[in-house]
Design a protein around this ligand. Structure first.
Ligand code: ADP
Ligand code: ASP
Ligand code: MG
Length: 403
């Protein structure tokens, strides 16, 4: 059975026309002899009735204090609505399509509400439907605990649903339909001159998504890398209109060593914490901060320990908790919200000397101050002022011929 996983993002299903186009794509896949399994996100974006952010806005009001469990129950509804509507669309077009919640599709998670981890997939229901010639349309972003509680997988989690299902069902590939025609050298929303990347490796997409490129959710990218699942990222447009190829992520992709940098990922308005202490003082007490923050489940990034200062980044949603820990423990600290992280990623930079020097020189030549850097074999990240981000993206595109 040649299974193909087709995932449609929120904007790819935002209106009737888009949903018709999505249905046509599923039908074409079927006509081509594959068994399509469809995963859908909540339709549209903030402001549209069933989008995840619209549902979140319903409970923004401080008077409504919802438990994490109930919040997940609410958020799961967006994808369920979407699955039913898409199944209806396919049925209208003569297909036998069955909408399933994540729970009905057999996605079993832990009970970490809001960012649950998939523990197991029971594929029996989906396989039975496929054998009956039906098209399963599955609500992404959700699962169920062994205790029967509905969970969600974290923002962007429909990609994770697609990846775990593709793996469990031994699908040949995942097609991700979204609002851009592929993966670009950087977010085309931020930099219109970005160019589309035809092919990239699993390693590269993992790095890009971990460093902030929200085109694919990091967990989904990790799963695809682990099990070497090819992914195609495409635009959901009218047939013919989107005829151009999307981006292929695969391990058989040739690493182009002339392509030092594949892309630039950005993380906006990161929370930058700076703790000062006198140089003469023994800093053991200050180093306690790492333990204190870890106890509150706050993860840190870009940690820098000097004799007179410790700096690090904190996840935005954990800012208030981090501030409280620092205050309660009488640290001499400052928190800045006007920084961003700009990272260059490329398998081609491995073993190539001078890449860091080029990044630093190119930013410096444009008077863009680098506050900190961190690097790995295939990435270099720089901490910059948010207001300089766009310019940094542009000059890095120039320097590494990404346009
Ligand atoms: P979906 O609802 O389809 O999952 P997302 O909003 O999660 O859509 O992801 C698509 C968005 O990812 C694009 O609209 C684009 O702004 C953003 N994006 C970030 N980095 C990139 C990149 N390198 N290439 C393409 N899109 C990117
Ligand atoms: N609807 C969810 C979100 O907006 C999941 C997804 O789109 O992948 O985060
Ligand atoms: Mg997404």
């Amino acid at each position: 059975m040649r299974i193909r996983l087709q995932k449609f993002g929120g904007t790819a299903l935002a209106n009737e026309e888009k949903r018709q186009q999505a249905a046509e794509k599923v039908i074409t896949t079927r006509k081509d002899g594959y068994y399509p399994v469809v995963v859908v996100s909540a339709m549209g974006r903030r402001g549209q009735a069933y989008a995840t952010d619209t549902l979140l806005d319903l409970i923004k009001n401080d008077k409504i204090s919802l438990t994490a469990r109930n919040k997940d129950l609410l958020l799961s509804c967006g994808e369920i609505v979407s699955a039913v509507v898409m199944a209806a669309e396919l049925t209208e077009k003569g297909q036998q399509a069955i909408a399933l919640t994540g729970a009905q599709a057999g996605i079993i998670t832990d009970d970490n509400f809001g960012s649950a981890v998939v523990k197991r997939v029971d594929t029996r229901k989906i396989m039975a439907l496929l054998k009956e010639g039906k098209i399963p349309v599955i609500a992404g972003f959700q699962g169920i605990t062994v205790g029967g509680e509905i969970t969600t997988l974290g923002r962007g989690g429909s990609d994770t649903t697609a990846a775990v299902l593709a793996y469990a069902l031994k699908a040949e590939k995942i097609e991700i339909y979204t609002d851009v025609p592929g993966i670009f050298t950087t977010d085309p929303d931020k930099y219109a001159e970005a160019s589309k990347i035809t092919e990239l490796t699993h390693q590269e997409i993992c790095e890009l998504s971990h460093l902030g490129a929200k085109i694919i959710e990091p967990k989904a990218a990790e799963i695809a890398r682990e099990v070497e699942l090819p992914i195609e990222v495409k635009y959901n447009g009218k047939d013919g209109e989107d005829g151009e190829e999307g981006t292929l992520i695969d391990n058989v992709v040739q690493i182009d060593h002339d392509r030092t940098i594949t892309g630039v990922a950005t993380r906006d308005k990161v929370v930058y914490v700076e703790i000062d202490f006198p140089e003469s003082k023994n800093n053991q007490q200050e180093l306690e901060i790492f333990k204190l923050l870890a106890e509150r489940m706050i993860s840190l990034d870009m940690i820098n320990i000097r004799t007179d200062k410790i700096t690090f980044l904190v996840d935005k949603p954990r800012r208030a908790t981090a501030e409280k820990v620092l205050k309660n423990n009488h640290y001499n600290f400052k928190i800045y919200d006007d920084f961003c992280k700009v990272s260059v990623v490329g398998s081609g930079m491995t073993g190539q000397p001078g890449v860091m020097a080029r990044v630093v020189a190119c930013l410096k030549n444009h008077d863009i101050r680098i506050y900190q850097t961190v690097d790995s074999h295939t990435t270099i990240s720089c901490l910059l002022k948010q207001e300089r981000q766009r310019e940094a993206i542009a000059v890095l595109h120039e320097e590494f011929n990404l346009k």
